[in-house]
Ligand binder design. Structure first.
Ligand SMILES: [Zn+2]
Length: 313
């Protein structure tokens, strides 16, 4: 799962939208798909160190479609990052059930990616899957390379959707484009629907892709954080207890502490308190001294209490 931004980026906006604007969002999804109903799958379980997991590849099809999932796994390289979905749902359209595979975007940069296959055999497999996808989509005008960069992710989503091994499984790709995000420098966030439409048209043209009833675009407003939702960094100080009995001072914000090592290194050391049993150790790159953060219990469960140097073994 990509790093999620606080208050910006497609993952944040989709989480906020599906959590806090679910009814409105679902109405817009139904209107876009021409669907009577839409239901969303929960995340694909929890994994320690990973968090809530996204649905990968065709795994959401479940045990009943083991042969289909296996056919895809054979066709597509399984090393490195495999295609994943921002959300997976099931919609009823004219009385028929469809899988809805969601990919969300909040900036032009999020549209861009390239194939990073690590071996020739992986690249060959990807090109072969892409060729059969283009055949299924009736695209004859572009070469292999155009699908490897710079819209590689969209292409591999199309490839799953057009995978011949799907054997009658009905699936639509729902692209959710958030309008009006504020992602900061280096990110171009379309401020209105026309700007997104221009970018989408350019992508389609580059890929030789035309209109397809199984690829739907939903342009949805991004709601950036109100000022009051922003985290305000309130600094406090705690003692740094050294092995030789001397004390220093660390500045803390939330669960983070910064302090200067007594060796004289001019850049501060940084420590973060994680929930037990994780007890990360901060090592000074200048002298190798090691430090640990300690908490004391309070009404909210625990606050930073001190930084302590760990005695050399
Ligand atoms: Zn040091």
């Amino acid at each position: 799962m990509a790093q999620i931004g606080h208050g910006y980026g497609s993952e944040w906006h989709l989480m906020q939208t599906m959590g806090r604007l679910r009814v409105h969002f679902d109405d817009e999804v139904k209107r876009t798909l021409g669907a009577e109903s839409i239901e969303w799958l929960d995340c694909n379980g929890f994994e320690d160190g990973v968090g809530l997991r996204e649905h990968l590849q065709l795994d959401f099809l479940g045990l009943a479609s083991a042969a289909t999932r296996e056919a895809w796994r054979v066709a597509w390289p399984q090393s490195g990052n495999v295609p994943n979905w921002d959300a997976v749902g099931k919609a009823r359209v004219n009385g028929v059930d469809w899988w809805i595979l969601v990919e969300a975007k909040a900036s032009i940069q999020e549209l861009h990616s390239k194939c990073n296959a690590s071996s020739d055999s992986s690249t060959r497999k990807i090109k072969a899957v892409f060729r059969s996808a283009r055949r299924a989509l009736g695209i004859t005008t572009v070469k292999d390379e155009a699908w490897l960069e710079p819209y590689y992710q969209f292409c591999n989503r199309l490839a799953i959707l057009s995978f011949p091994g799907l054997h009658g499984i009905r699936a639509k790709l729902l692209m959710v484009y958030f309008v009006g995000d504020r992602s900061g420098p280096g990110r171009t966030c379309p401020a209105d629907e026309n700007a997104w439409r221009g970018a989408i048209d350019a992508m389609y043209q580059y890929l030789g892709f035309g209109k397809n009833e199984h690829v739907c675009n939903l342009l949805f407003p991004a709601f950036p954080l109100a000022v009051s939702d922003r985290i305000e960094a309130v600094s406090d100080t705690i003692p740094v207890r050294l092995v030789d009995g001397e004390h220093g001072t660390a500045r803390i914000v939330g669960n983070n502490a910064a302090w200067l090592c007594p060796c004289g290194d001019r850049l501060p050391l940084l420590g973060t308190l994680f929930p037990p049993p994780r007890r990360p150790i901060t090592v000074c790159p200048g002298c190798g001294r090691r430090f640990e953060l300690y908490r004391r219990q309070d009404a909210t469960g625990g606050v930073l209490d001190s930084v302590r140097e760990i005695a050399p073994a």
